[in-house]
Ligand binder design. Sequence first.
Ligand SMILES: [Zn+2]
Length: 398
Amino acid sequence: MAEQGFEFNADQWQAWCLLCGKSRSTSYNTADSLCPDCIERYQDTFFFRRIPRSSLALSFTTIIPEPKSIPAVIFQRGYKDLFLRKSRGVLRYPRELLKELFPGELDIPCGQPTLFKMPHLAQFAGLGQTWVLDMSTYGLSGTHKDLRSWAVLSKAIEHDIKHLALWTAGNAGLSLTRLVKRWNATVPPRQRKTVYCLMDDSVPDEIRLELRGPYCWTAELSTGSGAILSRDQLYNMVAAMSGGKAEREGYWQVTDGWDGVGLFMYSLLAQQCLQFLRDELTKSNQQESKIYVILPIGTGNILFGFIRGMQRFGGQRAKLVAAVPYGDHMMQSFVPPEEKQREAEDAQGPRRMGRAEPEAPKLIGFYSPLSPCLWGLTQEKGFKRLETVDIIEVDRAA
Ligand SMILES: [Zn+2]
């Protein structure tokens, strides 16, 4: 049986396929995870062939929540409100500007990232300008996961979801747990939430210790690298951990990529950054300049948030470049063996898909709920085209 889904406010949120870009013409439901058209597209490709068709929809997601209207004011404020701030700007929380979308009364700030200029880096690289988006200023875990945790908890409050479970390599669990602890301290017991963290064995001990406590349960998940678990398998583990308390009705699976709202928040951040950069270029009469955004690929959440955000700008959008660590990495799994062979033979090619020791061992697992979307990226190529995402491998020296 699939995990019971809940529907986001039907007046505001619609379901939207991240891969084929079609609206599902229904409101977003957390149990609606894969677009039927896209299942047809994936199932015979190299990467997905080994996963039974019946498990596809329970293992991956492409459908995300998309509001029917987003207040334009969010993007025009830029740089000192909501998603971005100057180093001494006012700290605000998303609810101040997103009341319609997040009516849950979560009045705890998650922190804000800073966008700042790096003139010497621009000079070194021979670029017009270089800006860095620093997300270490988020307040809970010091990572972009905090923005996502805020949206997840806000929706959980709105829908009276009591149990939140996630499969985590550390940061996502830490971020959500810290936020939930703060929330729990402010409300009577019946409104408190419980977080269940299923952890890879790579999670450091200090994070493990912090994740344990009242209203937070942990369990280790030793699957071996590259395992794919479905939502049902994770649910069964959580049901066992909670002794049956995490009934499906009040339960939400929020592994990074399955929640949907994280991606939505990153798409807002992307739009605000681009709006700000376009304004800066206009001020200096450089509105025709191209903008490139370089992002790391982890599970693909922040990257796909930016992809979605850029789509709204049409020809004014930035070109996205995804960076993977040199050596073995996530995107390797999406390149068919024949193509890998060809690329190895063709030393002139721009991509180095070497099998060197990984620079970032944490990022080599091939599972992400967004795998279909990551795979989709490898199908579209062409550096000159704004819509495609180019992938570069980066080593320590770079
Ligand atoms: Zn689709």
